[in-house]
Design a protein around this ligand. Structure first.
Ligand SMILES: [Zn+2]
Length: 127
């Protein structure tokens, strides 16, 4: 009787070990996916930063605009969501692109991700 109990207990423990290993493998896969996404976001952030700095250098050199002008416009854009807090609220001043569903500024003429014309945020679009 005791042997039967031990055998059943071992069988149960073996099944638990198999389930735990499967869960561990699934978790490891998700961590790897998240790490890949983080690396992609970092790469995109660095590319965006590079292009933004280059655009500002180009604009400054060819337009005569100053750092003060840039700060003024940054503040104006920051205030689109009603708060001067160094970021845009995800709800105000931002819409989802009708084609790719990514978030873009209401004032954007085209989606920065897919190039789709944005007609949702600009009353003068198409005029
Ligand atoms: Zn888009």
């Amino acid at each position: 009787m005791n042997d039967l109990f031990n055998w059943l207990f071992d069988l149960h423990q073996s099944a638990e070990i198999v389930d735990t290993k499967a869960a561990q493998s699934e978790t490891r896969g998700r961590v790897t996916d998240l790490d890949d996404e983080r690396r992609d976001l970092e790469r995109r952030y660095e590319r965006l930063r590079l292009v933004t700095i280059a655009m500002w250098a180009l604009l400054k050199e060819h337009s005569g605009l100053t750092e003060s002008d840039l700060r003024k416009y940054v503040n104006q854009v920051d205030l689109i969501d009603g708060k001067l807090d160094g970021k845009l609220s995800r709800n105000k001043g931002v819409i989802e692109c009708q084609k790719c569903d990514r978030r873009i500024l209401k004032s954007a003429l085209v989606c920065v991700y897919c190039g789709h014309a944005n007609s949702g945020g600009d009353s003068f679009h198409g005029t």
